[in-house]
Design a binder for this molecule. Sequence first.
Ligand code: F6P
Length: 524
Amino acid sequence: MNQPVPSKLTQSAAWKALQQHQAEIAPLQMRDLFAREPERAREFSLEAGALLLDYSKHRITGTTLALLADLARQADVEGWRARMFAGEHINASEDRAVLHVALRAEAQAFPAGNDVMPLVRAARQRMRAFSDALRGDRLLGHSGKPMRTVINIGIGGSDLGPRMLTQALWRHADAPQAVRFVANADPDDLAHALVHAEPETTLFIVASKTFTTGETLGNAKLARAWLTQGLGSETAVMKHFAAATANVKAAGEFGIAPELCFPLWDWVGGRYSVWSSVGLPLAIAIGMDRFEQLLAGARAMDAHFLAAPLAANMPVLLALLGIWYTNFFGAATHAVLPYAEALRELPAYLQQLEMESNGKCVDRDGQRVDYATAPVLWGSVGTNSQHAFHQLLHQGTQLIPCDFLVPGANTAAAAENALAQAAALMAGKDAAIAQKRFDGNRPSSTILFQTLDAHTMGQLLALYEHKVFVQGIIWNINSFDQWGVELGKEIARTLAAQPATGTAATGLDASTDALFARLRGWRR
Ligand code: F6P
């Protein structure tokens, strides 16, 4: 691999100013800043729609923010933002537009010159008609019974979004169907989902933009066999399988009826696709009206992202704070801590969003970068997380910026714990015994919102999407491709194609040969 040469970014005036500023500010204690600045909490907080972001517990001053905003300006974040919303092919390595924002738009025509809204509106109407019929027990299976189980088969972006939101919004779910999700290549996943399902009353949705993903097709074939054996009919597939895909031809060849193929387009990245027909299982669970509220929430965040000045722009602020710690404090990870049981799948969703988007070491010009890009994103729900890994957050050797996500209305005990954790991380506590000392000065953002509903979730997810976008622009990487997942897929295909008997030489390496031989021995 070619060695990094000094990049324009690290040689830039804005970057160098931040490096110098970091050296000056690093010794400052946040608790002293709070003591000195009575207005700090008010000054470093921002409301956008339903979300209140408190970013006062960061190792920043007004100067830090001004210098970070210079970095965003230098990278032309505003210009790139305009290019994305104009439908330019900013996903250059795949020569594609990046238009997931169109999926939640309500403009008559968007973007100018390449209007995709007729497609989007038609897809929404079809989702509504289908989910209404299913929820109203008007969509019957092969033997005339209404559906009682919906199983989404997909992986990555075709799974994580609808799975997470169906969990997050379970209090708003009022469908007569149970909605389940299957992703893993391990057939145990499907087997578990089928435990309480009956072939007569089960609908499968095969969600795959490409309709070529090995795990999804493998599970879909197993599901089809389970269904056709259970019902004693091959044609039952036409009534018990739907698809969310950009590859209608392949879905048709699988046996899915054209009227049950819901569209996707190449200008929607998988991890940005929950707003599309990939959201169908969610629309079934909560109803299309609430699904439209989700879209409206995201649309409100899009409007904020487009209009707010950089220094008062929530996604931009989150992006810049992340860059501050990743690139100037050497933070290697970032924790997301939702204080709501309903948000327990959110860290996994954000992992794909952030790490598949910005886990890149080559910039848009093909040069190896000489700076860190996406940190490892991880996390879990509070308060469970407090009894698992917060020890390390408080007293470990690493600086780990945290996002506390706190719905206020129905989880009072959890919310108070979130505030307590953020306060403790920031202020620390002195003690005579070293082991009992808390250094503090550990940064966190707190995002507070009143209720956990579809509109708020739309805002929250769009907030993180745009954060990722801004970071990608500043890091000069393409956030919208994912070539890094291809090599492993290719090798897995090679291994799967090996004959069951004969030499275990895989053509790879001695370690893989030995492991493969052992596996084959066990299976014999
Ligand atoms: O392997 C990564 C990936 O391509 C993701 O980007 C995507 O969300 C997932 O696989 C599923 O892809 P598909 O929807 O085409 O099955």
